[in-house]
Design a protein. Sequence first.
Lengths: 665, 122
Amino acid sequence: MAEAPHKYLHAFIAEATEHLEQLASELVRIEQEPPGGPLWDSIFRRVHSVKGSAATIGLKTIVDIAHVAETLIAKLKAQRRRPERMQVDLLLQATDALVREVQHASGGERAKEDRADTGTLVERLSVASSALPDAAPAPAARPAKKVEADPNLPRLDVTFSLIKACQAPGARALIVQRKLKSAGTLLEMEPQPGSLMQKKGGARVTAVLATARSVDEVRALFDGIPEVEGVAVRPSPPANAPPPEPAAALSARTLTTFPEGAPLEEPRADATVRVRAQALDQLLDQAAEVLHGIARMREAARHLPEKVAAQFEAEIDRLRRTARDLHGRVMNARLTPFYTLTERLPRAIRDLAHRLGKEVELEVQGGAVELDRTVIEALADPLTHLVRNAVDHGLETGAQRLAVGKSGRGLLVLSARRERDKVLVEVSDDGAGFDAARLRRRAIDMGLLSSEKVAELSEQQSYELAFLPGLSTRAEATDLSGRGVGLDAVKSAVEGLGGKISLRSAAGKGSRFTLELPLSVSMANLLLVQVGGEMYGLPMTRIVATTEYDLSARGGEGFEARSLAVMGQLVRAYSLAKLFGLPSLAPPGPRPFAVLEVDGITFALSVDRLVGQEEAVLKPLFPPLDRIRGLAGTTVLGNGRPLLVLDPRGLHELAEVGQRLRGAA
Amino acid sequence: MPQRRVLIVDDALFMRNTLRDIFTTAGFAVAGEADDGVQAVNLFRELKPDLVTMDIVMPYKSGIDATREIVQHDPGAVVIMCSALGQESLVMEAIEAGATDFIVKPFRGEDVLAVVKKVLGE
């Protein structure tokens, strides 16, 4: 990436060169100097100065070397002994490396081996300095002195957060502490500034101030302090006030455990506020709007003259990072715990089990694991379906269970756990399990798979047949788990969220559905395609490749469904225009195809034009569009135009149905 | 509002140039520049700037000592420390010596101005 050199690069090079020349001669002299003498100050200052300026220009290698060298120098200076020869040698090598890097920054060539040498040098410098005791041992946390204040003065509870980007939280908290002390007697502050040192990533601080000033006056103290957010000031409750009511307990039957990685924060009444869900949705929409606006500005910047474009784009990129950060924060604020989905279930399960004459115990694990509200909402029906299915078909009656040596009461476990950027939700039961042989038979009977294909399936693969459309739908469906709603519907709901579902089962022992879900569904990377004058988006996660093919050479434009060779594999090709009943406006000749993969099946869609890629914020479909197969959602493009986002699975089904109909005709 | 006057203190010409650009572009007047702590205290008394940006590690007199003297001379002085990563304990020392606020290198123009404007109540 060619960046314009920093305006004052020449000043930096001149200064750094001078510092480094002096540094080399001072290092040579240091062995003769008395320990801890003033020469050390000068040595430290030179390295420090080079580091600070280099950091401002963004010369990372120089910063890296200077930083470890500076640490070693500070420790050598503090130990008040003559340095060892090896230590001085290392510092001289660091000086040489810095000189080379500065020369490189001024346009000089850098030898290939230098980069590797730098890594080793940095490593050796840090080893040498970690062998020495700390220059200034961290000040022992002073025991919090019991501060007394006039008992008649009102007490105010003050809470605030240091923003995540705060580089020096200890110093920032110290500034707040000083401000608070200027307004009264600071009785408590937790954590203390000293213990926040070098603790990056934001922190919540609470304090108690005895003061005659009003709440508003104390809040106004924060006006001139940067990097502080979420300031709350309120009168302290009297010491003998009753404790706040505990959060409504979950149903006694519901065991809620919190696995590692999903710690439940100590609920603190003052640390949260209730926000209407709708307000969060609006915030998210607006954050998305900002992102769109920025995308539009990027688009517009293409027409700027080259000179200004680079700077403008750099500014836009910075703005985009902030906007994405904002979007991420709003997404985080929308996170909803898993238990909101499961809290209604114990009652529903109990009722259903009673009607069926069964006894079922429900166990919920990971209730505190959080997912985006959209995911939670979309998950309600599939999860209810799986649970009902398990009670209705999976778990046996008490008598049947006792007969095979199980306990009379069936166990149904719902669990959620976080794995990196995914949440795994499992629904498992200790019932009869799926009947693999029966699933295979049905697949053949219904013409979904050939008997040869079925014979090749392993036991576990046979269980996956349950997700095929129509296969798990019971002809004699009970009114309990619903007619016509099969596991295929559950699967498509999960996939509609960008997730995956799998089934493990063992005859007589039970079954387990695993839903792998994204934390949030709203950002998607789209391939933009044009068909019949309309633009559509295809989720990039499903795109295997794009290709071009000249169909006219193989029998004209009027194809219905054909096969294409893609990466050595023959795949079905469909026309997106035909699927949607649109005219194809592509000129004759080679035509672009998007190759997609769904459920292990690869297929190609012909389009008129491949337009490009865009990251977009997805919004759910509104009625009646939500009934149209093949659509996944809507979004607004950078240029402000609305766009329909397609659902590859639905498209494939649509194409298959069309083909079967034609086959039957 | 009258133009705000800044005294820039840093031993590196490069940093002074960079800060001067940031301030003049934002409509501040650079009242003076000092490249060590002794000069900083002298220039502060002479120029009475609205704002001082103060490097920490400097020859002759450190930014912390210079800040202490400046604040003793004028308790209302607004001194913003320019520190580098890993200098948090020095920054805290400077705050106890009376520094108003701080910025951490590497900084961007908008970071500096955000802190300055916040501190000046603009």
